[in-house]
Design a protein around this ligand. Structure first.
Ligand SMILES: Nc1nc(=O)c2c([nH]1)NC[C@@H]1CN(c3ccc(C(=O)N[C@@H](CCC(=O)O)C(=O)O)cc3)CN21
Ligand SMILES: CC(C)C(=O)C(=O)O
Ligand SMILES: [Mg+2]
Length: 299
């Protein structure tokens, strides 16, 4: 029995919990083992993900779209991210918690970016933060890493740049664009990122960048040659309703399960078959007898 499975040695009394850490993720890349990641925005989903043994849980700024119903990720605030991240934190024992820095929380100046990243660590228990952008973010990332805050980079299709890109468009289709991506990921690695998300880039480009980096790449719409993969929870579980992008695979049809359940619930409320007697509370036998007597007298 290893120290990790000895009763009482686990986190919060749970045995066989070997915490995912930044060094353990770097080791995975070195050993050629792939890294699994998914987004989460609440306690119950986070708990399911942790129990399923995924490596990384990201509280993504995609929360603005899938949880809040906004048209883009630009609207969610740092204070809102903190609320979601704290809920997710309570659901995790093993997975590494990464939290997205939302739009506006690191673009004003570096001091502001550091203050806001510190809040994600201190107030939500983030083990790392993620921010979008390439070489222009390198100075801030260096300062965050100096402040002991691990940083995950994010290049390619960066949703916070939706207006500059003119939509959610695949990036790096031309050789010139791949050269820019290469320059960006090298700058991020040199600045001290422990990992980089490659989003919406051709698989050939992602394969080259992944081979050139010592730190793991986590792909979304970046093909199978990244060191890991990430999906948005609502996409993977089919909770969106909308037609999925090309890179999405449905791992469950929770949307259908929920819709069917709701239709049946409504029908059973309307026809009176819910709740049953067994789903109801009862008075004590003595009280019921007295009640019957009272009713007999009254009638
Ligand atoms: N539910 C959800 N899933 C995501 O993966 C996600 C979000 N929301 N919100 C933030 C960003 C936006 N993302 C998106 C959104 C749309 C496409 C899309 O429509 N892509 C086109 C390809 C366009 C091209 O060829 O340039 C596609 O057909 O897949 C891609 C990424 C990824 N992120
Ligand atoms: C899709 C991942 C990489 C993300 O940034 C998000 O969910 O916000
Ligand atoms: Mg994001």
């Amino acid at each position: 029995m290893s120290v990790w499975s000895a009763p009482g040695s686990g986190l919060d009394g749970c045995s066989r919990v070997k915490k995912v850490t930044i060094p353990s993720l770097l080791e995975k890349k070195r050993l050629g083992q792939r890294i699994s990641a998914i987004t989460a925005y609440d306690f119950s989903s986070a708990k399911l993900i942790d129990e399923a043994g995924l490596d990384i849980v990201l509280v993504g700024d995609s929360v603005a779209m899938v949880m809040q119903g906004h048209e883009s990720t630009l609207e969610v605030t740092l204070d809102e991210m903190l609320v979601y991240a704290r809920a997710v934190r309570r659901g995790l024992k093993r997975a590494l918690l990464v939290v997205d820095m939302p739009f506006g929380s690191y673009q004003v100046d570096d001091a502001d970016g550091i203050r806001n990243a510190v809040r994600l660590v201190k107030e939500a228990g983030a083990e790392a933060v993620k921010l979008e952008g390439g070489i222009t973010r390198a100075p801030l990332i260096r300062r965050l890493v100096d402040a002991e805050i691990p940083v995950m980079g994010h290049v390619g299709l960066t949703p916070q740049a939706v207006h500059r890109m003119g939509g959610y468009k695949v990036q790096g289709r031309t050789l010139a664009a791949v050269e820019l991506l290469r320059r960006d990921v090298q700058a991020l690695a040199e600045a001290g990122c422990f990992s980089i998300v490659l989003e919406g880039v051709p698989r050939e480009a992602a394969a080259i960048l992944t081979a050139e980096l010592d730190i793991p790449t986590i792909g979304i719409g970046a093909g199978p040659d990244c060191d890991g993969q990430i999906l948005v929870w609502h996409d993977a579980m089919n909770l969106t309703g909308a037609a999925p992008a090309r890179f999405v695979r449905r791992y469950a049809d929770a949307g259908k399960l929920m819709r069917d359940g709701l239709v049946r619930y409504r029908a059973e409320v309307e026809d009176g078959s819910f709740p049953s007697d067994a789903e109801s509370y009862h008075m004590s036998g003595e009280a019921k007898e007295l009640l019957n007597l009272q009713q007999a007298v009254a009638s």
